[in-house]
Design a protein around this ligand. Structure first.
Ligand code: NDP
Length: 296
């Protein structure tokens, strides 16, 4: 039987709708307009598309959007100066510096310079640490979106075996941490993992965040498992154009899984929706507004 397809576009539209309502309440009741600033350094085409989409979604939700573009020759000091200015700007509640940065700029130094309370990407070490010990934190957008989709489809995740393939700081590790927070039994797999197919076959929840096109095959998937494919890989087509595929071989996996996210149209749209949701969280915390009470 073919798997249920978890529609990230449909779900992200609902999240964005909720965000827009929260923005309206923040404006009307608290005179706060949430603001998101996105800093783009250089001309990377994929980054330009992401930044354009983020800007569009922010404006659509009724928030203030500021886009700061710097040339790919920008120095670390110039980027830090922009970040410091945004840290001081009361109309900005979320700051996102689009990665990757050009080689001359130390990414860690830039992330560390972002005020933790405005760190809507959730990459600052303060947020990583707070999340790891169960304190309120800004949670990275992609893992937050994955958890929302899992909870929406499965309900309670407690006791399920979760395997996360990939251990990056921006996806794999925070994903594993969030699954642990939901009382899953979590395994983190990576490039040194022995017998990866067998490890994957134990997963009730299988999250692929590897960056290798269609690496995870259908016969690596436990029958009925829920598969979240974070991978975004562009591969050439015969006509010279390219197409997007995930880290999971969708056609074979969907015949075995209970549910699966497609690429495109799965995790990707949720990442932007969660960026907006994180900006609401940041605005509420900065202005001491109860986020849970916004739509009551
Ligand atoms: P990284 O390259 O930082 O990490 C990849 C991870 O995969 C590493 O931990 C690596 O292991 C592991 N890995 C690589 N090869 C293998 C292998 N053969 N077997 C097992 N594990 C392997 O990638 P990211 O985490 O940044 O991104 C992963 C994917 O998710 C990419 O396709 C990226 O484009 C996509 N992505 C999608 C987003 C979205 O919004 N949908 C957002 C962010 C990323 P090791 O540590 O041992 O090297």
């Amino acid at each position: 039987m073919s798997a249920h397809i978890i529609d990230g576009r449909e779900f992200s539209a609902k999240v964005k709708d909720t965000v827009a309502k929260q923005v309206a309440v923040l404006k009307d009741k608290y005179q706060v307009t949430p603001g998101l600033a996105v800093v783009l350094v250089g001309e990377d085409p994929a980054s330009q598309v992401y930044v354009r989409n983020k800007n569009h979604s922010t404006v659509e939700a009724g928030m203030k959007s500021e886009e700061i573009k710097l040339p790919d020759t920008a120095t670390e000091e110039e980027v830090l100066a922009v970040v410091n200015r945004l840290n001081e700007d009361d109309s900005i509640h979320g700051i996102l510096v689009q990665l990757p940065l050009p080689d001359q700029i130390d990414e860690t130094a830039v992330i560390d310079a972002i005020s933790p309370e405005k760190d809507v990407d959730g990459f600052h070490v303060i947020n990583t640490g707070r999340q790891a010990v169960g304190l309120p934190a800004m949670v990275p957008c992609t893992p937050r979106g994955c958890i929302m989709m899992l909870q929406d489809y499965l309900g309670d995740l407690s006791g399920l075996n979760a395997v996360v393939v990939g251990r990056s700081n921006i996806v794999g590790k925070p994903m594993a941490s969030l699954l642990l927070e939901q009382s899953c039994t979590v395994t983190i797999a990576h490039s040194r993992t022995k017998d990866l197919p067998d490890v994957c076959r134990r997963a009730d929840i299988l999250v692929a965040a590897v960056g290798r096109p269609e690496m995870i095959k259908g016969d690596w998937v436990k029958p009925g498992a829920t598969v979240i494919d974070v991978g975004i890989n562009r591969i050439p087509k015969e006509d010279g154009k390219t197409r997007l595929v995930g880290d999971v071989e969708f056609e074979t996996a969907k015949e075995v899984a209970g549910a699966i996210t497609p690429v495109p149209g799965g995790v990707g749209p949720m990442t932007i929706a969660c960026l907006l949701a994180n900006t609401i969280t940041a605005a509420c915390r900065i202005h001491d507004v109860d986020e849970d009470g916004l739509l009551l």
